[in-house]
Structures are given as C-alpha cells and as structure tokens.
Design a protein around this ligand. Structure first.
Ligand code: NAD
Length: 480
C-alpha cells in the first residue's frame, strides 16, 4: 500500500473525528469524565493552593531527570487524548473546530519546551566564579481562557513544572470540564512517571472570588494570566509578580508585491483556524487597492463567502451587543453566543444559507467598521482597501490598538516589511504565512498558548516562570 502523505492522514483523521459522537453532557462535568474522577480538583481555593504547595515541594525534591520523565508522559498522554480533549472542548464551549483543536494539542505536546529551556550561566574572572541559576518561584497561580482551555493548561503545566514550580489553576468557568480534564491528565502523567498523585490543582467551580483569593494568597509567588483585558488588568494590579498575556486584534497588510494566490489562501487558513479563536489569528485585512479584487477572488476560491455592506451591518447587529458598564456607559461587546462559531452558522443568522464548505465570511468595510475595531474571535474578516504603504501602516497600527500582540504582512518588499514591523511593535510579526506559523505551526520556534506582550516575556516557556539566583565563590574555582 502506498504511504499516505501528511495531508491525506490529516484528512482521514478529520473524517473520523467528524463521525465521532460528541461526548454527551451527562458524561462529564468539572469533576469527572465518564467513569474517571478527576484528581487535583478542589471546592475551596485555599485547599487547592495548599495541595499545589505540596506539589511544589515534591517537584523541588525531584531530580531534573524525574521532572523530564513527567513531562515526557504529559506529552504522550496529550498526543493520545488530543481527539477527546478536542471533542470535549467544542462540546462544552460550543466554540471552535474539533480537528483544529486536536492539532493545537499535538502542537503543545511536540513543541512546548521542557527542562532544556532552563539554562545556568557562569562567569569566571580574577575574583573567582559566579553562577546564575534559574530557580522556581514556588506556587504559580494561573488563570486560563475559554478559547484554548486544555491547550493552555497543558502548555502552562509543562513550562511551570520544567521550571520546578507547583501550579494552581483558576480556569475559565465556561471551559471548566475541559480545563480540569487537562489538570487531571497532568496529574495522571505525574503519577505514571513515579511522582506524587497531585502535582497541579484546579477548582470545581472557579469564580472571580476564587481568582481574588489566589491573587492575594501568601503562598502564591507568581501569577500568570492568559485572557482578555479585564482579567489581565486585575492580575497586574494584584501587587504580586505577574505575567500578563492579553488581547490582540491582529491586522494583516497585503501589498502589490505579494504572491496574491498564496496570501489569499494563507489568510483564510489562519483566520479560520479553530474558527478564529486564537488571539494571534488574522482579524482584519488592509489590501492595496490595485490587488484587492484579485485577493478577494482567491479568498472566494478558498472557502470564503462575500457579503455586501448591508449584510455586514445586519451581521454586526447580531455578533456585537450593547453592554452598560458600572459607570453607566454603553458600549458594544462581542456576543458570546457567536464567538468561535462556524461561518455557515453565523451566515444563517442573517438568512444566508451556505454549505459547510464555507469557512470564512469576508466583506469590504471602511476603517471605522466594528468588524475592524473589535476583536471578534469569529471567522468574519473585514477587508479595507488602501492606497499605499503609508496609509496601510497607519491604519493597521491603529486597528491593533496598541496591544503590541500580533501582526501579519504579505509582501516581497523588504522595506515595506521592515517599516510595518517597526511601526506596529508587536510580540509576533508573521511574514508571508498563516498566523499560526508565529507559534511554531509551520514556522520555526517553540509553541506557547500564553503570549505575554504587556509584561514582555513574549512567547512564554519554562524560563519565563523562573527567578534568577546568583551564587558567588570568591577567589576560587577558576581553573585557568
Ligand atoms: P476572558 O477574558 O473572558 O477570561 C479569561 C479568564 O479570566 C477566565 O478564567 C475568567 O473567568 C477570568 N476572569 C475574567 N475577569 C476576571 C477578573 N476581573 N479577575 C479574575 N479573573 C477574571 O477570556 P476568554 O474569552 O476565554 O479569552 C479570550 C481573550 O483572551 C481574548 O481577548 C484573547 O485575545 C485573549 N487571549 C490571549 C492570549 C495570549 O496568549 N495573549 C491567549 C488566549 C486568549
């Protein structure tokens, strides 16, 4: 039998997954999946922190080799159970695509750095030897989102355990079963590799109150928050050392030197990955006027559906809703019932029936349209025509809103590429590829689901969760 190509294997997996039944809601909740009771899940945050502290002390007593054995087992279980977590994630949150969530778990298993990321530094001279080592913080309090729930729990766990920390999670309430499935997976891996029963912990019912306890508890030495602007702000004002991975609104520029056939396909592939849930995914396009028609026609051949201005306004009335804040100001926020939904489901809301082959809704808008300004996290992609590179950069930088998160560009003009990269100052800048190349999927570099722009750690990994310690031996141990 001929060997299957990677694309063919993916297609087969995708078809099998499509036929698999989503797990029935009665079979899982935040404490169990089927007959398996989750380990490390607590009713009370104080109890969870105590257990995570015991986990930390157990990790401290381990050799690096033992830690790495646990991480190897986490990787193995993540690969094996990726289809289950992908199914559960979609079933619980109603968001995203099963096959893409499966791929995200495989990416985490394969490309999240382990203990090799922790590197010591030595300096020798006339006055002896000074050693700088990357030490654990202790117990990390981690807040995780609904958009990549189990992916973030596993990715954070690998990095934090590699660094020698214990972890307590306060996951997003809307994805608590999926997040706690991942917490249990990490604990199962730990036990299988000869570690304690409980290494990482979470809550039966996470709330803002349990997050507040975590933020002020004396045993929590580091807070790591992956989520929207509200929660990142809360964590950064806690008074503790915090790593904040916040919202983005990644713009894409396409100029008239780009390979338009590739750009159109790459943009639709990136924008529709897990129905646009990743914070790095393409959210709005600024296309040179002289290639915009061609770009749109390529997109249409790659699963996009073009709606007109009236339809776009009608859709905006549905996917954005008004909310009154505490000060009485009314503002538009995304309708949670539309986030991460399939394009055909969103189109049906404005009376347009299309097949499941349609994966993205595109429309031409002006710069001020809410589709450009808001981080929708849905497969809706506005396209704004621009006259030249100056205008493209000016508008794209404004649309990114100073998040300094992620931006993309399709161009062969190195001056244009350099100018945009300098102006937008994002943590991730992807050139001539789909957005996910920026987290190691089809691009070089390690993977993370916690991209810490506001606090500067960037593409986080084990070393981000360490503190430096210096050990000085005066006048000795220099061997030359
Ligand atoms: P969200 O902001 O709704 O919630 C994130 C988590 O914070 C949840 O656990 C929630 O319960 C909790 N929370 C919310 N407000 C809080 C507060 N004041 N104090 C304590 N906890 C609080 O996130 P979401 O909708 O699941 O995720 C989407 C957002 O997260 C998007 O803005 C996206 O860009 C961002 N995100 C960023 C990254 C990154 O790496 N930078 C990764 C994923 C998601």
């Amino acid at each position: 039998m001929a060997n299957l190509s990677e694309a063919e294997i993916r297609e087969v997996v995708s078809q099998v997954l499509g036929k698999m039944q989503a797990p029935a809601a009665a079979d899982w909740d935040s404490t169990h999946y089927g007959s398996r009771k989750f380990v490390g899940i607590y009713d009370d945050m104080n109890e969870a922190i105590k257990a995570a502290d015991a986990g930390y002390r157990a990790v401290r007593a381990m050799s690096v080799e033992q830690r790495e054995a646990i991480i190897t087992e986490i990787r193995r279980l993540t690969r094996a159970e990726a289809p289950t977590m992908a199914q559960l994630g979609v079933a619980e949150t109603g968001m995203g695509r099963v096959e893409h969530k499966r791929l995200k778990h495989i990416l985490v298993a394969d490309k999240t750095p382990g203990t090799e990321d922790i590197v010591s530094n030595a300096r020798t001279g006339d006055n002896g030897l000074t050693l700088v080592e990357m030490a654990p913080f202790g117990v990390v309090g981690a807040i995780t989102p609904s958009t990549n729930p189990s992916e973030t729990v596993i990715c954070n766990s690998i990095g934090m355990i590699a660094a020698g920390n214990g972890v307590v999670f306060n996951p997003h309430p809307n994805a608590i079963a999926t997040s706690n499935y991942a917490v249990d997976l990490v604990n199962r891996a730990c036990k299988a590799a000869g570690g304690p029963d409980v290494l990482v912990c979470s809550m039966v019912k996470p709330t803002l109150d349990s997050a507040a306890i975590m933020q002020s508890h004396p045993l929590i030495r580091l807070l790591v928050c992956t989520g929207g602007p509200g929660v990142v702000r809360a964590v950064l004002s806690s008074g503790k050392k915090a790593i904040g991975a916040g919202a983005g609104n990644p713009p894409v520029i396409v100029d008239d030197t780009a390979d338009i056939a590739k750009a159109g396909k790459d943009i639709i592939d990136g924008c529709t990955f897990d129905n646009n849930l990743p914070c790095i995914a393409e959210k709005e396009v600024f296309a040179f006027r002289n290639i915009a028609d061609e770009l749109i026609s390529v997109m249409l051949k790659n699963g996009a559906y073009l709606i007109d201005a009236q339809q776009a306004d009608k859709l905006a009335q549905i996917v954005l809703v008004e909310k009154t804040d505490k000060k009485g100001n009314v503002r538009k926020i995304v309708n949670r019932d539309c986030v991460g939904r399939d394009a055909d489901v969103l189109l049906a809301k404005i009376g347009v029936k299309v097949s499941k082959d349609i994966r993205c809704i595109i429309c031409e808008t002006d710069f001020n349209h809410p589709f450009v300004q808001e981080e929708l996290m849905m497969p809706i992609l506005p396209i704004v025509r621009v006259d030249n590179i100056d205008q493209a950069i000016d508008l794209a930088v404004k649309a990114e809103h100073g998040n300094r998160h992620t931006a993309h560009m399709h161009s062969k003009n190195i001056d244009h590429l350099s100018r945009f990269a300098r102006a937008v100052e994002t943590t991730i800048f992807v050139k001539n590829a789909p957005s996910y190349a920026g987290i190691g999927f089809g691009g070089e570099g390690h993977a993370t689901f916690t991209i810490a722009g506001p606090t500067g750690e960037g593409i986080t990994s084990a070393r981000s969760f360490t503190r430096q310690r210096r050990c000085v031996m005066a006048d000795s141990f220099r061997i030359i």
